[in-house]
Design a protein around this ligand. Structure first.
Ligand code: NAP
Length: 295
């Protein structure tokens, strides 16, 4: 089974992005991302740190607004409005999950669509559904890039996606069904009947559930490409941290069945951050009246 390394593919993409940042700087444009972190969730802190580090690596500016756990909704919306108005800030993201007193949907919709580099705003979601996306949903576009850069065509393929969330399953199903991909798409969820047999029809199987080792060999057709979006922390006393990250797929068990698969970690995860950088660069380009930078 071929291992589709998101770590390697994202490195290749980041090199291309770094060069584009260099070209933009010559035009006096420095793409700038503002990241809002509310509270002390350790996983969120790690994500934010990685995003900041990747900005530095590629030459983007990053600004962090760290807010206490007890921050109220109005205060948070006020900060977003302030960032919306600043012309030097091209992209804004608010790390989720938010503390209970904050309303995630309201926060997403408070970010102006031109700076919505996560592509979560209903306006950007609508453009995507209409087949005229402006920003690309980060994780789904990362999945497409893995397939494209590994030489796997989507045209005419049966793609089965397990999961219908607004950040992974649904936007990926839209992208896959657009003319640029031309796949035949099936979206599965917790109410899907005979899930394993539906999955066995997939030439490309994508799992975005969030349950460790859910996808066993009986879900996988011989020769399928398996993309594991799941990121699940499981306890492992033998690991120095006492836990480790695993995907949704029984990676070892599908070795003799699948043609190729993404590992966890080192699969879709690093692609998501690279695509966030891509969107921030394009936000800066759009705001300067330039066309999209294509990957
Ligand atoms: N690698 C990355 O960069 C990245 C990015 C985002 C997310 N993730 C990971 O991807 C996973 C999914 O994230 P998410 O935000 O999309 O999760 P989510 O919002 O919890 O959605 C999970 C989806 O899985 C479906 N599901 C749950 N149990 C199922 C079952 N037994 N059979 C079939 N479908 C089932 C749910 O169905 P219902 O709709 O019926 O409830 C739902 O549509 C998580 O592990 C997350 O950490 C990774």
């Amino acid at each position: 089974m071929k291992i589709l390394s998101g770590t390697e593919i994202s490195k290749e993409i980041k090199e291309e992005l770094k060069k584009e940042v260099g070209r933009l700087k010559q035009k006096g444009i420095v793409p700038t991302l503002a990241v809002i972190l509310v509270g002390d969730d350790p996983a969120s802190a790690v994500y934010v740190r990685n995003k900041k580090r990747t900005c530095e690596e590629l030459g983007l500016n990053s600004i962090e607004r760290k807010l206490p756990e007890e921050t109220g909704q109005e205060e948070l919306l006020g900060i977003i409005r302030e960032l919306n108005k600043k012309p030097e800030i091209n992209g804004i993201l608010c790390q989720v999950p938010l503390p209970v007193q904050c309303n995630e949907q309201e926060v997403i919709q408070a970010i102006v669509p031109e700076k919505d580099v996560d592509c979560f705003h209903p306006y950007n979601f609508g453009l995507l559904a209409a087949g005229i996306p402006k920003f690309m949903p980060c994780t789904p576009f990362g999945v497409l890039q893995i397939l494209k850069r590994s030489g796997y065509e989507t045209r005419g393929k049966n793609v089965v996606i397990i999961g219908r969330s607004n950040i992974v399953g649904r936007p990926l199903s839209i992208l896959m069904s657009l003319k640029e991909c031309n796949a035949t798409v099936t979206v599965c969820h917790s109410q899907t009947k005979n899930l394993a047999s539906v999955c066995r029809m997939a030439d490309i199987l994508v799992s975005a559930i969030g349950i460790p080792h859910f996808v066993t060999p009986q879900y996988v057709k011989e020769g399928a490409i398996v993309i594991d979006v799941g990121m699940n922390r499981v306890s492992d006393p033998s690991h120095p941290k006492g836990s480790r990250l695993v995907g949704d797929v029984e990676f070892e068990a599908i070795q003799g069945i699948a043609e190729a698969a993404t590992p966890v970690p080192g699969g879709v995860g690093p692609m998501t951050i690279a695509m966030l950088m891509y969107n921030t660069i394009n936000a800066a380009r759009f705001q300067a009246g330039l066309e999209r930078f294509e990957l």
